[in-house]
Write a protein that binds this ligand. Structure first.
Ligand code: PEP
Length: 251
């Protein structure tokens, strides 16, 4: 089954307006220099920078995403952003259930599931993040935790066109510790096997599963080459044009 890799940058809460424009313009220029590179590329800046980054990416083939959305279409939800508004300002995707949101905002699987359903309804690609903590890994619970988060976070109607899974071991995010290829492949294969049960063999075979957690130019080639790894969700290394591009060039 050949799946087109996705290289997605999660800029988190980093950068000011000028930094974001420079970074987006740099990524756009790289992509334009090699439009036939066999992967999709996406950057996900903080909310207030979406409009400026959309303008900087225009015509480049690099897609725009957000880092969260609300589950409702509109209403009295101070500080939140609806999926419809994200779509309206140029987003085609949204990261949901990132471990930092699960920790900082106590987001549950049920909330992630509701947000993913809302994202789908607005026509956005939902990038649903799952992953175990170090304590859970040490306790031998890695596969069970990922299966359970996957089951709890995927809404009805999830398919390979509207959903991407990001496996992000919490212990590898922003720590410089990366999963070994064996660890990554083991979990990705288990996620795909669980997807077969949840959405059927055909969609499971087509659905992209990204690895995230200290992916860098030095380790990306090995990870992206794994049979069940279909690209990366990249934090720190997405903040430098050269590093992000060096990762994408492994596709
Ligand atoms: C992330 O935030 O999704 C991530 C994987 O971060 P980093 O690449 O910095 O570990």
């Amino acid at each position: 089954m050949s799946r087109r890799p996705l290289i997605a940058g999660n800029w988190k809460m980093n950068g000011l307006l000028a930094d974001a424009i420079a970074l987006a313009e740099g990524v756009a220029a790289k992509r334009k220099s090699q439009p036939d590179l066999a992967c999709d590329m996406l950057v996900c800046p903080p909310f207030p920078l979406l409009g400026a980054v959309a303008a900087a990416l225009a015509g480049s083939g690099v897609a725009l995403g957000a880092q969260d959305c609300h589950a409702k279409v509109s209403g009295a939800h101070t500080g939140d952003t609806s999926p419809a508004l994200l779509k309206d300002v140029g987003c085609s995707a949204v990261i949901l259930g990132h471990s930092e949101r699960r920790t900082d905002h106590a987001e549950t699987d049920a909330q992630v599931k509701a947000k993913a359903a809302a994202a789908h309804a607005a026509g956005l690609l939902a990038i649903v993040c799952i992953g175990e903590t170090l304590a859970q890994r040490d306790a031998g619970q890695t596969i069970d935790i990922n299966k359970s988060q996957l089951k709890g976070s995927l809404p009805e109607g999830a398919n390979a066109d509207n959903t991407v899974i990001a496996y992000e071991p919490v212990w590898a995010i922003g720590t410089g510790r990366v999963a070994t290829p064996e660890q990554a492949q083991e979990v990705h294969a288990a996620i795909r096997a669980e997807l077969v049960k949840l959405i059927g063999e055909s969609e499971a075979g087509k659905m992209r599963i990204l690895y995230g957690g200290s992916m860098k130019p030095e380790n990306a080639a090995q990870l992206i080459a794994l049979p069940d790894v279909d690209g990366g969700l990249i934090g720190g290394a997405a903040l430098k044009v050269e590093d992000f591009w060096a990762i994408a060039r492994n596709c």
